[in-house]
Each structure stands twice: as structure tokens, then as C-alpha cells.
Design a protein around this ligand. Structure first.
Ligand code: CA
Length: 718
């Protein structure tokens, strides 16, 4: 749910002052013509020396997020300042990696909107709004985000939150074709960036928590005609799909699933971020998600590896034909996705050059595999706090699980990492000069507990189905440390307990150890993805600052206040001999819509672009005043706050946070009366902003129970 007050107040304010311009542009310099467009093709995506552009998600096919540019370096970075900036019309999460080609920077914002700007000045060239329905937001676990576009020939491709793949003209932004890649009646979403390989646009999807069957599809870049599809969980009817995945499922994967629950839930395994092409082996690598429901005991009777959950799957880009796979977490039951970004590189292992793919998935191990065969070369804990497994058996490739971590059949487990992972989608980067991979790592334990009677599990369409007990509290036990305590502490007006921390870890994949780390206390969701350069720098945002570190030592050499948090990764490009660094900034994204909202209010997203000697300034965000609720005048609730606690945590917490902080629902004027609250939660008054009606899940009395629960929190505020 969303308390309307913040948005309504904000909308009034923005409508008066900011919205008429839609996108504010404060540009310096002339509005010179952009460069001639050259087709983005295989050779451009391949060549490392084409250092002036940033042509695909991780810059080149290899997705190292390493730039050979060195004008901005350890000696010069001190004068790095703002060159230009733009402000967008949404205050939701910004996760895009902007792309740069031929003097134009292409980016996306929340709600899957696409923009093209002159990369020298910020002059807007065009924008495209796919008009995603606000209804879609409720099926998006982690805000209505989008991680960017793909380029191929004269087109720009975007996946939209409601499951479309759209081809746009690079010069005009006009749509050339649009295909619905998902069943719109099911809770699929697309937040990831497409990739284009050999004239085929490849796109995955998300939605495992809500109960979907993951797959990846490829479409002809010219026509939008589907070329192939590869499913990542079995066909529920035991039939062939007529898809590229049929053969390997019949031969291997179907036999790793048991029982019937997954047939209703789809099994999960959604590929919502990492899809990377390796031109050296002509393999397309797909990172796959967690199981649906999480609980392996419920999902598959506690039996079987459940291929291809939490796996790296290699297929041929022309056909989708299976080549190899490696499963990071067999019998996945902790939300340990392997959708995290891949890096492809040549590294020296025992004196021999190996062509490898590297990944740091949620489960906290750093994997190095032969990119051609999938042979496991090493797997090590990249963070010292990882405690769910002792290690990985390099002979079998399987984790050596700690006893007791399988919680699904009436048990419980507190372990690290929790469902947030030791690393999620935030991009890591590889600096070949230093031989280091820079990982944005999270230290955040989690509680997993079975429901009291797992046999009674039933799938509820349209909501999260994880097969957990309430809030991770073990059957028959009082509140375990963690989530429930925090929610209750907040409801009682107690100070928040410490949030978890983050680290930037410089990992040596050959020595298999960290060379340096930067520790961030309480960084949690306010930590962004990483860029590294031949200027021997590492860029990463933390909390409200963009920082640059010495790539060799981790020493901080530059910091710039962003005015809000940033969770995307910066990029860099060069035009007319000037190196630029660009970053999407904006609070939001993730569980409870982000760390930033613990201490901040939603603010409009921005694209900030820096250069040496940049003198531009972006004005401070005008923080809307806090919503004010006069509790003494609120209509006394007739609901049961304890029941409301359960409903809130079932239906509301994942977007609004365990502390009701997005926006601060305890201060929401919507709480002032039963009718007003019902108009939002039950009638869907704010659907266009992503707060849909919950009438399918809650009756009016249950909505009132939630109001009682939230008012209990409000009454302890001052
Ligand atoms: Ca998940």
C-alpha cells in the first residue's frame, strides 16, 4: 500500500513548480549537433579500444565495467566537478546504466521511460514513455525500476515493467515494434536491460516471489519476431514447450523436481538481470533466480536440485540450445539467486591463461568458471560473514551446508546472508591492470522459518508466495531477532536498531582473497554499483555521496555530494577529448524502497554528469515537508492492531518496509479516517502512482485492522 499523502502533497508541489518542464535541463556550452550515427554492431560491442563510448550494460560484451579512459585519474580527480545534469519526473528508484554512442547518452527511469540526451550538454533529444499501468507496481518486488536499454544498429531496445520489449528509432525515439514477452495475466515484470547478440534481442523477466515460471527469449532485432525461448523450470504438464529448453529438461532437469506445488507456482528461476554474451566461446550466459516458493520442502518435497534455479546456464545465441550449466545453490531455499552480473575475462591461474566467467551471487561465494565448459575453477567466500555453508566442494561443485540451515519443514534458521544476499544486482567491476574485482557486498543476516504447518501451504495468486512463517518467526516461538522486532520497535516509537552494513571488497580472483576493503557502516541499500578505469580509479556511491578510490589501495581520493542516494553504477565516456563520468541518482529501489527512505524523503531522480574542472551546480532538492497527521483528530480505529500486524507484514511490508517508511505511513493523513484509508487500500484511489487496490486480498475490516496497526505506530510519534 501507499499512503497517499506524501504523493498528493508532492504532486501539488511539483505540479506548480517542476512538472511543467517535465525534465529540467541545466546545460553548459553550446547545443552543437550530435555526431553522425554509426550502427552499433558486433565489432563495436567487441572492441575494447573503442573507449569513447559505453555501448552495452557492462560497456562491452565482456561486461567488466572497466574503461580504458585515463584523463580522470588519481592525480586529476580532485578537480572532477559537475558538467551538466537533468532532473526527471519521477521520485521512484533509478537503477539504469546509461549507454553512450556517437555523442548521445541513452537512459531509462522508473516506469520504464527512455530518454536520449546530447552527451556533451544534456540537451534532450527525445523521450519515450511506454505508459506502464500503475497496476503493474504491485507485482514488482523492488520498486518500479528499470536498469537500462540496449543498442543495435539504428535502434534502442527497452524492456518495460509490464513485460513488453520495445524497439525505438535511435534518432527519434519513435517505436518500430513492440512485443508482449510475458503473459500479462501473470505477475511477470521486466526490470533488466536487454542485450543484443547477432541481431537477436535477448530479454528475461522477474517475478519468482509472486509465482511465475522463469524463461529467457530472443527476438529478431529488425522485426520483433521471436527467435527462441529457453525455460528455466519444467513444464508443469510434463509436456514439451516447443522451446529450445525441451531437450535438456527431458534429459536432465525434469527429474530434479518433485511433488506438485511448483506446478502452480511456476517454480521461479527468473532471469531478471544477468544475461551476458561471450564472443570468444559464442556462449550466452544466463543468471537464474530463486525458487518459487522459497521453501524447498513445500516447493519440491524437500527433494531434488531443482534445475535450473540459482544457476549459470550457457546457451547458443543463435538457437538457445543448451551448452552447460552450473548450479550455485542446489535445492535453493533462501532466495539465493544467481542473477548477479557476470564478468568475462582472461586471467592467469597457476601460470596458465584461462578464459573465465566470474560471478558473486547472493549466496556469498565468488565463483570462477571456465567460460567455454563451465568447469568450476574456484569458489570462495568473498565476505567473512558468510556462514550458511562451510565452503564449496570443488570436486562435486556443491556447497557444504551448515547443519540446520534447511528450515523448510518446521525448522528455522538465522544465517548470513539473508534474502538480500551478500551481493545483489549492483554491478561489480573488474580492473585488468590491478587484477581485482570490486564487489559491493552486503552484511545482512536473515531469518528463515517454516510456517506452523507447511503441508497446509496454498498459493495465493497475485501476492508474494514464499512458504515462510510469519516474519521468519519459528512455529511456537516468540519473536526471533530481526524483522518482527524491528517492526514492533518502530510501532512502539523505539529507536530503530542498527541496520546492516556494507563493504566495497577488492577481490583478487587468482589469489582468491580480498586485497582491500572499504567498510560502510549502515550503508545497506544506500550503496551503488561500481565502475573502474585505467586511471586506476574505482567509483562507487554510498549513502548520499559519489566516491572515487585508488584502485590499488582503496584509499579515498574524491567525494561529491549527490543530494540523494544512488544505487546504479556510474559509467564513463569521452567526447572531443573530454572524459565524462555519469550516474543516475535517486532514492528508492529494493525492499522498503531503499535504505535512503529510512532517513530521507522521495526526491526526483537525476542524471549527473561530471568532467574535470566542471563548475555546474545542481540545486538542493526541496524536501517536501513531512506528512502531518493529527492523531488526536483521527477517527478511532475499529480494527484489531494485532491482526493488522499480520496483514501488514503479509501484503504491505515488501514495498513499504518493515518500519512503514515508504512513505512514512505513520504520518499519513490517509489514516485519519476509515473511509479515507479504505479509498486508498481497498478502492485503489492511487493506482496510477503504483498503489493498486488490495480488494482481491483484504476485506474492508482487514483494511481497518491495518489502519489500527499503523495508528498504533503513529500515536508514539511526536
Ligand atoms: Ca528473489
Amino acid at each position: 500500500m501507499s499512503a497517499g499523502g506524501a504523493y498528493l502533497n508532492r504532486r501539488k508541489y511539483l505540479g506548480r513548480v517542476i512538472l511543467p518542464a517535465l525534465v529540467l535541463v541545466l546545460a553548459t556550452g553550446s547545443s552543437a549537433q550530435v555526431d553522425a550515427y554509426r550502427p552499433v554492431d558486433h565489432n563495436r560491442l567487441l572492441k575494447d579500444e573503442e573507449s569513447s563510448d559505453w555501448l552495452t550494460y557492462g560497456r562491452t560484451y565482456f561486461e567488466q565495467r572497466f574503461s580504458p579512459l585515463r584523463q580522470v585519474n588519481k592525480s586529476t580527480v580532485g578537480t572532477l566537478g559537475l558538467a551538466w545534469w537533468v532532473q526527471f519526473d519521477t521520485s521512484r528508484g533509478q537503477e539504469a546504466t546509461p549507454l553512450v554512442a556517437d555523442g548521445v547518452i541513452y537512459t531509462t527511469t522508473a516506469w520504464s521511460k527512455v530518454y536520449a540526451f546530447d552527451a556533451r550538454t544534456g540537451r534532450q533529444l527525445w523521450t519515450f514513455n511506454p505508459k506502464v499501468s500503475g497496476k503493474t507496481a504491485v507485482a514488482s518486488c523492488c520498486d518500479v525500476v528499470n536498469r537500462g536499454v540496449a543498442l543495435w544498429h539504428d535502434r534502442v531496445f527497452v524492456g518495460t515493467l509490464d513485460g513488453r520489449l520495445i524497439a525505438l528509432d535511435r534518432k527519434t525515439g519513435k517505436p518500430a515494434w513492440s512485443v508482449q514477452t510475458t503473459d500479462p495475466t501473470l505477475p511477470y515484470t521486466i526490470t533488466g536491460a536487454p542485450r543484443v547478440v547477432k541481431g537477436k534481442v535477448v530479454i528475461g523477466n522477474g517475478g519468482s516471489e509472486y509465482g511465475v515460471r522463469g524463461y529467457v527469449s530472443a527476438y529478431d532485432a529488425e522485426t520483433g519476431k521471436q527467435a527462441w525461448r529457453f525455460y528455466l523450470t519444467p513444464n508443469p504438464d510434463g509436456k514439451p514447450d516447443g522451446a529450445a529448453s525441451d531437450e535438456i529438461f527431458a534429459r536432465m532437469a525434469n527429474a530434479t523436481w518433485f511433488g506438485d506445488v511448483w506446478k502452480t507456482s511456476g517454480g521461479g528461476g527468473t532471469a531478471w538481470d544477468a544475461i551476458t554474451y561471450d564472443p570468444d566461446t559464442n556462449n550466452l550466459l544466463i543468471g537464474t533466480g530463486n525458487g518459487a516458493p522459497w521453501n524447498h520442502y513445500i516447493r519440491s518435497q524437500g527433494r531434488g536440485d531443482n534445475l535450473f534455479l540459482a544457476s549459470i546456464v550457457a546457451v547458443k545465441p543463435e538457437t538457445g540450445k543448451y551448452v552447460w550449466h552450473y548450479q550455485t545453490t542446489p535445492g535453493e531455499t533462501w532466495d539465493y539467486t544467481a542473477t548477479q552480473p557476470f564478468i568475462i575475462a582472461d586471467i592467469l591461474i597457476k601460470g596458465a591463461k584461462r578464459h573465465v566467467v566470474m560471478q558473486a551471487p547472493k549466496n556469498g561465494f565468488f565463483y570462477v568458471l571456465d567460460a567455454g565448459t563451465g568447469e568450476l575453477l574456484s569458489a570462495d567466500k568473498f565476505a567473512p560473514w558468510v556462514d550458511w555453508a562451510h565452503g564449496v566442494d570443488l570436486g562435486t561443485g556443491r556447497p557444504i551446508e551448515r547443519i540446520g540451515v534447511r528450515w523448510g519443514a518446521g525448522g528455522n534458521s538465522r544465517q548470513n546472508p539473508g534474502p538480500s544476499g551478500a551481493h545483489s544486482w549492483k554491478s561489480m567491476a573488474f580492473n585488468p591492470n590491478e587484477g581485482l574485482v570490486y564487489i559491493p557486498a552486503l552484511n545482512r543476516a536473515g531469518n528463515f522459518a517454516s510456517p506452523p504447518n507447511p503441508e497446509a501451504y496454498r498459493h495465493i495468486p497475485g501476492t508474494q508466495n514464499r512458504g515462510l512463517g510469519v516474519q521468519g518467526v519459528a512455529p511456537g516461538k516468540q519473536a526471533a531477532p530481526g524483522a518482527l522486532q524491528r517492526a514492533r520497535a518502530a510501532a512502539n516509537g523505539d529507536p530503530l536498531p542498527p541496520v546492516s552494513s556494507g563493504e566495497l571488497i577488492a577481490w583478487d580472483p587468482v589469489a582468491r582473497e580480498a586485497r582491500w576493503t572499504v567498510k560502510y557502516s549502515g550503508a545497506e541499500w544506500g550503496m551503488g554499483g561500481v565502475l573502474t578505469t585505467a586511471g586506476s580509479l574505482v567509483f562507487q556511491s554510498v549513502k548520499h555521496d559519489l566516491k572515487a578510490y585508488d584502485a590499488a589501495s582503496g584509499r579515498e581520493v574524491w567525494s561529491y555530494p549527490l543530494g540523494a542516494s544512488a544505487i546504479a553504477a556510474p559509467i564513463t565516456y569521452s567526447l572531443d577529448g573530454v572524459q565524462y563520468v555519469a550516474l543516475m541518482v535517486g532514492n528508492g529501489g529494493g525492499n522498503g524502497q531503499g535504505y535512503s527512505t529510512l532517513t530521507d524523503t522521495p526526491v526526483p531522480g537525476r542524471l549527473l554528469v561530471f568532467k574535470l574542472g566542471g563548475k555546474e551546480t545542481a540545486p538542493d532538492h526541496i524536501r517536501t515537508s513531512r506528512m502531518e497527521l493529527d492523531v488526536s483528530k483521527a477517527e478511532a480505529p475499529t480494527g484489531d492492531a494485532l491482526a493488522g500486524d499480520v496483514f501488514y507484514n503479509r501484503y504491505c511490508r515488501f514495498c513499504h518496509g518493515q518500519n512503514f517508511i515508504y512513505p512514512d505511513l505513520r504520518r499519513s493523513p490517509a489514516l485519519s479516517s476509515r473511509t479515507r484509508f479504505k479509498s486508498v487500500v481497498f478502492d485503489g484511489l492511487l493506482e496510477s502512482r503504483g498503489m493498486t487496490s488490495f480488494a482481491a486480498f483484504l476485506n474492508e475490516q482487514e483494511v481497518e485492522d491495518i489502519r489500527a496497526y499503523l495508528l498504533r505506530g503513529s500515536s508514539n510519534l511526536r
